[in-house]
Write a protein that binds this ligand. Structure first.
Ligand code: MOS
Length: 740
């Protein structure tokens, strides 16, 4: 089905479940331990063995020798796969570094072997007997050292550099100026469920086919790149990923667990499970790369921005990609003279790639602090500064408009609801006992992406409906919003819809990433359900154009037939369709989501310990499909923002080239006790240009800007500006005279 903004829309009278706070339909499975995760398929594949991954002990260089004999002779060992005996492998389209290294080593903990044994303990013990000799070479591990001379990033999906007007002149002549540089660290996705895969082969030789039960956000990407890497036809690879214990972008792409499980299973001649060991995750898989960001803002005394420049430096493996931290600066605020640029240093740290809200998440950590700094120089309220520079058009391409622009209502509602007028205008002046109190805010912005998405729906003999799509639920609520959608389009109660996800045998969906999952996948289910409506009506001799589906019945031309009766007679009835968008739609229009974050912190004057007391996010993202799951997404994202502001950082050993704190003991993330109060308000405002359900993405929006709001609140409390994330107490205390 081709999406037509004026015509392709769920009928308002059909909205009975969509838009309601509906508890998750998979909740019982998850809370009773019955949702099968990738590492839990023992029942399906008896006779399976377990793989243990060996990671490289150097960051760059060559393996000169690998002694496998002792490991091979160890108890229970069935096979050891290395680059030497794995056969010819290609590289998936979406991988930068090779997933099985050797003899060349591209990064620390790059997988160099998988040991397959009867039990996990045997595989681990045997792996410890492998002796590897290396010839290590010097590498590039320090972004600050690589910054000078880093070239503009290659323009792949987006331009590396944009210019409008004459930035240099406008900035030089601006009455009020800000020129500040911010740094954000490497971060790890730190999802609860590690990357894990069961792999099983069927058949031999050219007929061989492979099934993997894995944990992937994008079933079709995983299938495509696994087939490409193994040099086999895509239709011989089946990927199943029904439940996922968190991804945050770390499971967008084929990773070593899936490849090594497949190779291990082939070598051992039995199904193999590989669950990537926790201490390998940070260096073996992808991470959010560190950035250095320079922002220059020029303004008139009334706060009108005349010049904006945002330059960002990041690093990646050869042929990698930049962190697109300037994205939002191209779209968020008006100013006649503009410059953005992304520079990419070739480095030898592990592969950088998408982590929740790539681009905007680290980009707004800098931009929204810069706006706070400018507001102070202007002696202007930070909310007013943002309102003053709002724009109705794409500032780089004024002929392009936003389908909706809701930043101003988010800012106003947030300021009012939070009690922003209680904020001390003078930083460092509010005290409660030994605590310094401060408030901060930030705007949030994240583009919404239109992606095609398909589904199959089937009317079963008992009158229930089954939805099948390769869409995934990474903890976001996909099962639930897709069930709500099918229930409403077909006029059924929720209990009569069964949603099945995460199988490459089913139609290809948008998948889960870039906050594009829910809006597009519900569009695909809408299209398939509309096709099923047509099929049901035709079977009953009714005019599909007139047929209405309500309360379990189809009605047209004065007749009403219960779907249970129609099913008894005609089931199974199957329909398959998807939603597709004209490319012109996103060329001509900018689809985006907006929010405003408000934060109150307390900083202890003796220790500079930081406590987040209150957080509020006001969000506008089209129709809110399910306020319950959407709220959970935004709260999770805000929590991640607190992590980014206060604690999350992969510590780089710039001599050895590795992330040192590569487990959950050393990589700190926030817990419930870290945030006393969180509140989320939705400006529920359907966007007819976005999708058949008039919805947009919400999950990543909640992260964008959240860390900056925390940092700005800390400044308001203490008067100390830390531009180097995370804002830890050691960075604060040395510049804070009030502290003991
Ligand atoms: Mo998101 S970083 O595209 O899972």
């Amino acid at each position: 089905m081709k999406f037509n903004p004026s015509a392709t829309a769920i009928a308002p009278q059909d909205l009975r479940h969509v838009g309601q706070a509906t508890p998750r339909v998979d909740g019982a499975l998850k809370t009773t331990g019955q949702a099968p995760y990738a590492g839990e398929y023992e029942a399906d594949v008896p006779e399976a063995a377990v793989g243990w991954v060996l990671g490289a002990g150097i960051a760059k260089g060559r393996i000169t020798d690998m002694q496998l004999d002792a490991a091979q002779a160890a108890p229970g060992v069935r096979a050891i796969v290395t680059a030497d005996n794995a056969g010819a492998l290609a590289k998936g389209q979406r991988n930068t570094a090779k997933l099985l290294g050797g003899p060349r080593i591209d990064h620390y903990h790059q997988a160099i072997a998988v040991v397959v044994a009867d039990t996990l303990e045997q595989a681990r013990a045997a792996a410890a007997l492998i002796e590897v000799s290396y010839d290590a070479s010097a590498g590039r591990f320090d972004l600050a050292a690589e910054r000078d001379g880093a070239p503009l990033a290659p323009s792949k999906d987006q331009e590396a550099r944009t210019d409008v007007g004459d930035f240099d002149t406008a900035y030089a002549t601006a009455p009020v100026q800000l020129d500040a540089t911010y740094t954000t660290p490497d971060q790890s996705h730190a999802m609860m469920e590690p990357p894990a895969t069961w792999a099983a082969w069927q058949g031999e030789g050219a007929d061989a086919s492979l099934t993997v039960w894995t944990s992937t956000q994008m079933v079709d990407w995983c299938r495509t790149d696994l087939a490409a890497t193994l040099k086999m036809p895509k239709d011989k690879v089946r990927v199943r990923s029904p439940f996922i214990g968190g991804g945050f972008g770390g499971k967008l792409f084929l990773r070593a667990d899936a490849l090594l499980a497949a190779l291990g299973a082939k070598a051992a001649g039995c199904p193999v499970k590989v669950s990537l060991q926790r201490p390998l995750i940070a260096n073996n898989s992808t991470h959010r790369p560190a950035t250095i960001q320079r922002i220059r803002l020029g303004a008139k005394p009334d706060g009108t921005l005349t010049a904006i420049a945002h330059e960002s430096w990041s690093g990646d493996q050869p042929e990698g990609q930049p962190e697109t931290a300037v994205n939002q600066t191209r779209l968020l605020y008006a100013a006649a003279h503009r410059h953005t640029a992304m520079y990419l240093a070739e480095m030898d740290l592990p592969e950088g790639n998408s982590m929740r809200a790539p681009g905007e998440a680290p980009g707004m950590m800098a931009l929204e602090v810069a706006m706070d700094e400018l507001a102070e120089r202007l002696d202007m309220d930070p909310v007013l500064l943002r309102l003053r520079n709002d724009t109705e058009v794409d500032p780089e391409h004024p002929e392009r408009r936003f389908t909706q622009r809701r930043l101003a209502p988010c800012l106003r509602e947030g300021a009012q609801h939070f009690g922003w007028d209680q904020r001390a205008r003078q930083p460092g002046t509010q005290r409660q006992g030994r605590w310094a109190i401060g408030m901060g805010m930030a705007a949030a912005f994240r583009s919404h992406i239109l992606m095609k998405s398909a589904a199959r729906v089937r009317l079963e003999r008992d009158g229930t409906v089954t939805v099948e799509t390769d869409m995934t639920d990474i903890g976001t609520g996909s099962y639930t919003v897709l069930a709500q959608t099918a229930a409403d389009v077909l006029g059924l109660p929720l209990e009569r819809v069964q949603v099945k996800l995460g199988d490459s045998d089913w139609p290809v969906s948008a998948g889960s990433g870039g906050q594009f999952g829910a809006a597009n996948a519900t569009g695909g289910v809408y299209a398939a359900c509309m096709a099923l409506r047509g099929a049901i009506a035709r079977k009953l001799g009714l005019d599909p154009a007139q047929a209405e589906f309500h309360a379990g019945c189809v009605q047209a031309q004065g007749r009403s037939v219960a779907l249970t009766d129609a099913a008894r007679e005609h089931a199974p009835l199957v329909a398959e369709d998807g939603i597709e968008y004209d490319e012109a739609l996103s060329k001509k229009w900018q689809h985006a989501t907006y929010a405003a974050h408000f934060v109150e912190v307390a900083v202890h004057v003796d220790t500079a310990e930081i406590r987040v007391r209150r957080m509020l996010a006001v969000c506008a993202a089209g129709r809110i499909l399910n306020p319950l799951t959407a709220r959970s997404q935004v709260m999770g994202a805000m929590t991640m923002g607190v992590g980014a502001a206060l604690m999350e950082a992969l510590a780089v050993d710039t001599n050895l080239g590795l992330f040192i704190n590569h487990d959950l003991a050393g990589y700190e993330v926030p817990v419930h006790a870290d945030i006393a109060q969180q509140e989320v308000i939705f400006l529920d405002d359907p966007d007819a240009m976005a999708s058949p359900l008039q919805a947009k993405g919400i999950a990543e929006l909640g992260l964008c800007g959240a860390a900056a709001a925390v940092a700005n609140a800390i400044y308001n409390a203490t008067g100390v500006r830390v531009r180097d994330y995370p804002v830890t107490l050691d960075k604060l205390i040395e510049h804070w005279p009030a502290a003991a």
